[in-house]
Design a protein around this ligand. Sequence first.
Ligand code: MF3
Ligand code: CO
Ligand code: CO
Length: 255
Amino acid sequence: MVDIKSESDIRKMRVAGKLAADVLTMIGEYVKSGISTGELDKICHDYIINQQKAIPAPLNYRGFPKSICTSVNHQVCHGIPSNEKILKDGDIVNIDVTVIKDGFHGDTSKMFLVGKSSILAERLCRVTRECMIEAINIVKPGLHIGDIGAVIEEHAHNNNFSVVRDYCGHGIGKNFHEMPQILHYGNRNTGMKLLQGMTFTIEPMINEGRYKTKVLNDGWTVVTQDRSLSAQWEHTVLVTKNGSEILTLRSDENI
Ligand code: MF3
Ligand code: CO
Ligand code: CO
């Protein structure tokens, strides 16, 4: 069942979304060569709990041990922050933040470039963001869900990148993950039609090499099988009367 949010639900989703966005804005200045992903987790955790009076949704979610996900280079998603994982010049890192406020979730992630990255890494991060934005821009009532995947896949393939198939976007609200699933590949005019009041994430994971992934022995960290670089961006969006509203938009962000 796909949940249609009421006006009061939407007001709470806006608050949760803004808080998640604020965490990404706050953490930016700390993402530098020499810091560990464990330290980034602690800063975000303390900020969410003490400043925002909110809850970091990943912590203890299905046994996940930390408050954010940090996925570096060939890590696709669900990277576990660790004091042993030190960022170095040229790394690319996705930080994925989900907060719960007043019972509702906001979920967003972005790529950070540590120091000077390669041209290829920069292009992968830029194209992945473009995939997310192109998909957000077509969202409106009546759109088939398959169209979202189709535009993402087309833009990735035009740039000789591949689309991760093992993980997808998701409905979000009182639950971290709810219906519908938002695949980042697919065919136009297929799947369910969007309705005003739906809220879901669009969070394409795009690989420099092949699309296949595997999970490391820690039970969480997803990596590319061929160890090629991977990037991801994520926003939580609301389907409005005529289009969409990005609930996790950062104040410094232009789309
Ligand atoms: N934030 C991720 C998503 O976009 C989910 C992380 S689940 C966790 O859906 F347990 F790894 F935190
Ligand atoms: Co998500
Ligand atoms: Co997320």
